[in-house]
Design a protein around this ligand. Structure first.
Ligand SMILES: [Mn+2]
Length: 336
């Protein structure tokens, strides 16, 4: 019988400092996904349940329609739309965010004064920007890390917190189906179920609750999907006009790259979207042994080994497609 390796915990120094927090301001990354929302709102709610005055920072209008259900799981957890120097916060906890420039609150933390920054993340490209850093690139999700942290702190996990964290683990593993899925992640999910995570509700909300506008956007992703002659790379795009015509917003782009990735034999999928005029976002996914983070970094982006992202400004979307596709071919051929 193989034993399951114990999950990594933060350093003792991190834990000691974390235990002293009384009034944290908790933030995550721009265009928050299920893991960003789940970890930030889950941790804030759990800390409040433990008697700590936690507040989450979340700009107005940044949550995708399909993830609004997560906010509704903990509607009473206090939220601020921007950093308030007058908030009297004694710590800033940054979750699921690879670098300071990706923080989802203005102004960025360098303006926040003397409060220490705790950086909890699983991005392999994390820059260790905090005073206290806990980065575990082997974790599926930041929600998995928060679940470990809550267990270590011996704080109770209420069912709504369990649901928030479960949603993040589900989101970052595409329902426990990506190569990042580990035995430890399934154990963490099991703990969350025991704590009352509502699997059916989360599954329905994440997988079977598309708004008509999102459905219309997906139709266009299918319609625009192309495959390279060798069948290795599938890619699609959404122009700014596609967003306007479908009634969708930039924050509604989440995992639509899974559509080109779903084609048999495809090793890499790319989705190019111009939700915001003049800015092309690229979502990259690798299947099996194909990693994409190096390709993303080549264009100034980052993320995880098999799931990464890039933003490119002031270039027509068709030019961006040609440039990135050429680099993707090189990368797959082992020359990139
Ligand atoms: Mn994540």
């Amino acid at each position: 019988m193989t034993s399951i390796p114990s999950s990594e915990l933060p350093s003792q120094e991190f834990l000691q400092a974390f235990r002293k927090i009384q009034r944290p301001f908790i933030v995550a990354h721009v265009t928050p996904d299920a893991d960003a929302i789940g970890s930030a709102l889950g941790l804030a709610t759990a800390m409040r349940d433990a008697g700590i005055q936690a507040t989450i920072g979340l700009p107005a209008g940044c949550v995708a329609k399909r993830l609004q259900f997560m906010i509704d799981l903990a509607p009473d957890t206090p939220r601020e739309t921007e950093w308030r120097a007058t908030g009297g916060f004694d710590a800033i906890v940054v979750l699921d965010t690879a670098s300071e420039k990706r923080i989802n609150i203005e102004p960025k933390i360098e303006l926040a004064g003397s409060a220490p920054v705790f950086n909890i993340d699983h991005h392999v490209t994390n820059t260790d920007f905090g005073l206290h850093n806990w980065v575990d690139p082997h974790a599926t999700s930041t929600c998995e890390l928060v679940a470990r942290l809550l267990k270590e702190m011996k704080w109770p996990i209420a069912s709504r917190v369990a649901s928030l964290l479960y949603a993040g683990v589900h989101g970052d593993t595409a329902g426990f189906s990506l190569p990042n899925t580990t035995a430890n992640c399934l154990l963490a999910a099991s703990d969350l179920l025991r704590a009352g995570a509502d699997v059916a509700h989360i599954g329905e909300q994440l997988c079977r609750s598309q708004a008509r506008t999102d459905f219309e956007l997906l139709r266009r992703v299918y319609d625009h999907t192309c495959v390279t002659d060798d069948g290795m790379i599938a890619y699609s795009h959404l122009t700014h006009e596609d967003f306007l015509a479908s009634g969708s917003k930039p924050e509604d782009i989440d995992d639509q790259v899974s559509i080109p990735l779903a084609l048999r034999g495809v090793r890499m999928a790319l989705l190019f979207t111009e939700g915001e005029k003049g800015v092309v976002r690229i979502n990259l996914r690798g299947e099996g042994k194909t990693t994409v983070v190096e390709l993303a970094q080549k264009f100034g982006g980052g993320g995880h080994t098999h799931a990464a992202g890039v933003r490119m400004k002031n270039k027509p979307i068709q030019d961006v497609i040609q440039i990135v596709l050429a680099a993707a071919r090189e990368h797959l051929a082992g020359r990139g």
